[in-house]
Design a protein around this ligand. Sequence first.
Ligand code: KG4
Ligand code: ZN
Length: 341
Amino acid sequence: MSKKRIILGIESSCDDTSAAVICDGYILSNIISSQKVHELYGGVIPEIASREHQKNIIPTVDIAISKAQINKNDISAIAFTQGPGMLGSLLVGSSFAKSFSLAMNIPLIAVNHMHGHIMSHFIKRKGIVNKQPNFPFLCLTVSGGHTQIVLVKSYYKMHVIGETLDDAAGEAFDKSAKILGLKYPGGPLIDKYSKNGSKNKFIFGKHKVKEYNFSYSGIKTSISRLIKQKSEENENFIKENFNDLCASIQHTIIDILIKKITKASEELKINEIAIAGGVSANSYFRSRLLDLEQNNDKKVYIPDFEFCTDNAGMIAISGYYKFLENDFVNQNVTSKARMKL
Ligand code: KG4
Ligand code: ZN
């Protein structure tokens, strides 16, 4: 029997320190240590994030290895997030991965974070048959830093066909939440309060961007203008309309995503649609996509919650496919705050 391919993945691009173990495409562990300290500041503070990564990385890797019930000598290669992300945070993960690769004498694999989000669709779980997208498919990758439509031709060939010209959809959620007085990250909170609100109560700006591109900065301005104007008339405006404001903001942000992916799917005649990135955890987004599947001939793929937001499982699965191609890097590799797919 051929030797098992066991990949240790490391993700540290933003405010989550994560380590995961994948064996021949099957997830054995995926440990995420989230940095709660940023909630106090209403956003991620890069300097604090890198210090927290440094504190958390070794304990997180230790737990991932023991939960996977493997020995560190069993690991075939280590994969880490090269970029895009916050440089100070990326450097902690890459330095750890380089040292581990040297100490264990195993190959080093550099992974693009956005590639990782898309590859989360190919993570397998023992005993569960999961639906995986067929090539070519369209992937709407929506996170705090990115909003992209990617044409995915294979595990290795991916082209961005549309992206945001300014803010990302997750950023629009977080900035709107801040205007409403919610703590960071506000996306999940807007999702929660929207469940008891009316999505059509308020209308925020029109989205006029061409092709498959997006723009969210105008929406944020329209939300803050409406709230300012209404709060001048009634100081309790936000409190009295809180759930409706959340539901209307959520509907505005998600509706744009659904319209653009539908347009791309129809024009390119690709009916396989996947989503990835933190915003794919949004319950309204997931239900709108399922409507799209039920009312059309499209097939929709939504990752498990665990693999939507930043996690090392997605880095390990990308690493596994790169390992199959002997796509390794040497110790001179550098982290990149900006990095194309
Ligand atoms: O992919 P991710 O974990 O990190 C980045 O690479 O940015 O995405 C984080 C983003 C944040 O903006 C967060 O508010 C958003 O994903 N998010 C959500 C939900 N869960 C996370 N947005 C809306 N609804 C959610 N349930
Ligand atoms: Zn991400």
